[in-house]
Design a protein around this ligand. Structure first.
Ligand SMILES: *Cc1c(COP(=O)(O)O)cnc(C)c1O
Length: 365
């Protein structure tokens, strides 16, 4: 039996009528750019994310750029982020004009180590971008304590963590702003690119809205120089149709994670994802560690099970950051993990049979 890594077509089939109706309505209303569908999704997502403002934009990468630009980073500023993430997080620090400072992960949760942040703060540090990687919240109490003490802003990268919670509180509500991606494969995914920044700060929300819309809130009144980063009406309507299902999809992912945990726990050499206390993990990815990762990945893929490596090279060691001359011993956890991590098929609709097939193949390996 073949098991895909994710199955977007299957999700569409379960809500086909709702999606088709949403798309038809946007076409009927000519509401392609801005308009009522975008406004409605911003309201609905703000409520779901438990924040007062949602500024929609073209993708999760732009969301990071908008937040940092609105927080007025400037050349010479240093922004701290994790060594283990998708490159958007660090690349946007550079594009916003600041200098990237990487910190190692904590060795168990794949998220940034607060002790490494403390050690990395300099007089030039202006902010921290923790990433709730794979859907597990970073240690926000420790991170916010450092931010308050050092007077730093915090932008939470929630691209993989829709509806995740830390000590009962929604991720994205701890820092000054939080960014979301609605890339098709994310836990809440559009049928194209889409993203948002959320915040409880009305001034910051207005500034980010201006930046995303050519620098103005009113046509032809450009108060600043902005960019064009719009969520289009079609994607907004699709996201509004999907949002009511997100809670159930998240529960299904969590259930699938418990099935994997139980099946893989006893297998020698396999380390299942560690769940830190008081975190609600939403399992965007279910990522195990294995000392013979490449051979295991080849075995799974050869038997029709799609496994993936997220990500094969930790950020400091990418060619894009050669200029820093980073060495493995500066980021021992991220360096070790890049050779051991393997993400198994994970999606809300995955069946018990499919999971048993994956577990069986891992056991036989
Ligand atoms: C997906 C992702 C992004 C970027 O989102 P896009 O919508 O693809 O631009 C940023 N950060 C993390 C951690 C992501 O997983």
């Amino acid at each position: 039996m073949a098991v895909p890594f994710a199955d977007l077509q299957l999700q569409y089939q379960t809500i086909k009528d709702e999606i088709d109706r949403a798309i038809a309505a946007v076409i009927r209303d000519n509401a392609f750019i801005r308009g009522s569908y975008v406004d409605a999704f911003e309201r609905e997502f703000a409520e779901a994310a438990e924040v007062s403002h949602c500024v929609s934009c073209a993708n999760g990468t732009d969301a990071l750029y908008l937040a940092m630009t609105a927080l007025k980073v400037k050349p010479g500023d240093e922004v701290i982020t994790t060594a283990h993430s998708w490159i958007s997080t660090s690349a946007m620090i550079t594009h916003a004009g600041a200098t990237v400072v990487f910190c190692d992960t904590d060795g168990s949760t794949f998220t940034i180590d607060p002790a490494a942040i403390e050690a990395a703060v300099t007089p030039r540090t202006v902010g921290i971008i923790p990433v709730h990687l794979y859907g597990q919240p970073a240690d926000m109490d420790a991170i916010m304590a450092i931010a308050r003490k050092q007077k730093l802003w915090v932008i939470e990268d929630c691209a993989q963590a829709h509806l995740a919670r830390y000590r009962g509180r929604m991720v994205g509500t701890f820092g000054d702003a939080a960014t979301y991606s609605f890339y098709p494969g994310k836990n809440l995914g559009a049928m194209g690119d889409a993203g948002a920044v959320v915040t409880n700060d009305a001034g910051l929300a207005e500034h980010m809205t201006m930046l995303a819309r050519h620098g103005g809130l009113v046509k032809h009144q450009h108060r600043i120089e902005g960019i064009n980063s719009r969520l289009d009406g079609m994607q907004a309507a699709i996201l509004s149709a999907k949002l009511p299902h997100l809670a159930a999809w998240t529960n299904a992912r969590q259930h699938a994670a418990t099935v994997y945990d139980a099946g893989l726990n006893q297998i020698e050499e396999v380390v299942v994802p560690e769940l830190a206390p008081e975190r609600r993990h939403v399992y965007h990815l279910y990522t195990i560690r294995h000392p013979r990762r490449d051979a295991l990945a080849a075995h799974l893929n050869a038997n029709g099970v799609q496994a993936a490596i997220n990500y094969p090279t930790a950020l400091p060691f990418l060619a894009a950051y050669e200029r820093f001359g980073h060495r493995p011993e500066q980021f021992p956890n991220a360096y070790r993990d890049q050779g051991r991590i393997l993400s198994l098929p994970m999606f809300a609709e995955i069946t018990r049979q499919q999971q048993d097939e994956v577990i069986d193949l891992v056991r036989r390996f």
